[in-house]
Design a protein around this ligand. Sequence first.
Ligand code: AGP
Length: 616
Amino acid sequence: MCGIVGYVGGQCALDVVLAGLRRLEYRGYDSAGVAVLADDGGLAAAKKAGKLANLEKELADRPLPSGPTGIGHTRWATHGGPTDANAHPHLDNAGRVAVVHNGIIENFAELRAELAERGHALASETDTEVVSHLLSESFSSCGDLAEAMRQVCRRLEGAFTLVAVHADEPDVVVGARRNSPLVVGVGDGENFLASDVAAFIAHTREAIELGQDQVVELRRDGVVVTDFDGAPADVRPYHVDWDASAAEKGGYDYFMLKEIAEQPKAVADTLLGRIDETGTLSLDEVRIPAAELREVDKVVVVACGTAYHAGLIAKYAIEHWTRIPCETELASEFRYRDPILDQRTLVIAVSQSGETMDTLMALRHAREQGAKVLAICNTNGSTIPRESDAVLYTHAGPEVAVASTKAFLTQLVACYLVALYLGQVRGTKWGDEVRGVVRELSEIAREVEEVLETMEPVRELARSLADKNTVLFLGRHVGYPVALEGALKLKELAYMHAEGFAAGELKHGPIALIEKDVPVVVVVPSPRGRSVLHDKIVSNIQEIRARGARTIVIAERGDAAVRPYADHLIEIPPTPVLLQPLVATVPLQVFACELATARGNEVDQPRNLAKSVTVE
Ligand code: AGP
């Protein structure tokens, strides 16, 4: 979950690296650092705890020499606190090697002990620093940084993406990848390395995804990729279709606001080309033969955080439209409960970043047990889709804000598409309903737009609650995962206690939390579909209001039954029952973002959080 950038070419390496780090700061911002190989020879480095701005201030006070080759890093601490000493890059004792790292080196303790015995003085608490000293030793014996990197990688255990430079090879940057992400940007007379494409798409959109256990040697005029034993490796070049501007804020104060506003387009883009004019789904990238899908007798969705909430909603859709049993599991729990999986199990791994280690390890476990794995992912070329049997990409575009919004809505769309596709491939007893839902799905982008146009009262309400210290969220059926998502947004953005409940659970304990003026958000199902469900939640609203709660009700436009019990009524367009989360979630995103802003919080990079959690 750190940001890494490397550059070699005709531009000032420091400028290119710093600009790239700014694009990657969401990946971690405990500290930052850079190293350059100066025109007059030698290696120079600077690093500071805190955000990138601290490093830039350091560089303004103590500039580094210019040069054509450099590396940089923004950190999310794992081993060793966020201090200057623990910031990357890490250098060897002679100051000739600099290395930056993303991941965890699991055998670093024994390597540290070995290096200390051989007289190396380690200056940090990090696992990474052992690599700079090992590279120094290997380079001394082989005289080639790429070969030194291969030798060192063969000694390391764990997850690591490494990028290094050596003063004796001033026009070379070397990278290595195991588990954590690393992509090459192929320029004209210049080349880039980065944790994700956002760092270099301002310069080039031609990329090469590095595979597992590969080493890349970058020069101005060439890129050489091998495996850890030095054998040439197959690489897959691809074109990045995200514009540089797409990763900019586009006039909004925060990336999160921009990304909330982009949701109609993200939803539409995710549907694009996947439903033909007859309403038939064509998911050609789901490269699992129809015959195998017809054999599937269980589906398990694994994911974390917001993606897990998408998975909870997927469960309702998959079971209703396909009649296949579906479990949704927290990826971090999944493999430790010894799940029952076999070749007739379809595991769906939902992940925006495609690098979440909990989810990656869950899918690896599933594949070891013979299950087929379908990834739903937003990041092309990332590890989770690469290690799955098939992938359905969401097309939300880069989601920079740590709090997931457009990725969530597009995950829902992708989950619906997979459920409908399974129903279509296997035949389903609700054929007409499925065709109706497919038609409705093509309307949903406009309905999300409609909701976005009516959010001013929600912002006012959020500001009025800025001094509260708790908000509760209730929902039933697919409204329950929406309640969980609304609570998570408020926790991660406003740093406020928030909790989501299944409304039917109230009487089993949580109703004790209700007292005068406690704000309670209630997501009300459509009165048209399962009216029993609707009537029960109206009773729940009455129960909490009778005990003094301040009721904030999200309900379908024209739902007269809830109006007398709503202190605040937020109306959403009517949708089919299972699709309601696509419109009901949006007010909760806006609510959390506005309340956090009113509290003066840093919305795009909430404290303690990182966009992609690439450690277990
Ligand atoms: C949600 O707002 C958070 N950013 C977090 O819960 C996130 O959804 C989770 O870490 C999973 O990330 P992924 O989708 O990249 O796997």
